[in-house]
Design a protein around this ligand. Sequence first.
Ligand code: PEP
Ligand code: MN
Length: 238
Amino acid sequence: MTFRVIAGPCAVESEEQIDRLAAKVASTGVRWLRAGAWKPRTSATSFQGLGRLGCEYAARAARRHDLKLVTEVLDVRDAEWAAQHIDVAQIGARNMHNVPLLREVARSFDAILLKRSNSATLDEWSGAVGYVLEQNPNVRLIVCERGLRGFDPSLRNQLDLAGALLMKLRHPDLEVFVDPSHATGRAELVRPLVRAVKAAGLDGALIEVHDAPTDALCDGEQAIDLETLTAIVSEVGA
Ligand code: PEP
Ligand code: MN
């Protein structure tokens, strides 16, 4: 199977922003766009995303530029509606243990990207896989390591590459991805880590990209620019 890169902004910020970024992402050869419409933020006063409207903007942009759309679904009440707009539903790290959401998303979607919680053991992550597959045995399931909570604030999280590899050994039929953006919180570490993920034999990477990272409404410090995305695609494919 070829190595797959999913790339795009942390969040949909406006209709113009997501259309512009979708065009730029498509021009690098990447075929799958990530874009958050519902943002699970630590603070209630941070930007929460544009919700259904953002989802509609992202869906239009993805269609216009012939991209598949990966967007996090945060609330069971949005799952059925979102399935009309999104190709791949992301279950975020904070919701890996949310069984009603796992079940509802599994019922509504035929492709899901399931992140590992920042404190989940592999058994707990596998447990979440089990809830999805029990509801929808035919789902295309991608699991994604995105870093664990560690002791060192130099990095946002600690990337558990070995854990991702062990997950692949335990579940050879699943696609195992790594998200180096949330795993590190640092844009300059993303490109070498994508090379490491491919060299390790895993299936793909989920990457945050922005054309004006310092103006991004969330996670700008970990967003790579389009030149770096182009370099990544030339190194690992798309
Ligand atoms: C994201 O991908 O934008 C995100 C919120 O990720 P996580 O759930 O891994 O924090
Ligand atoms: Mn983010």
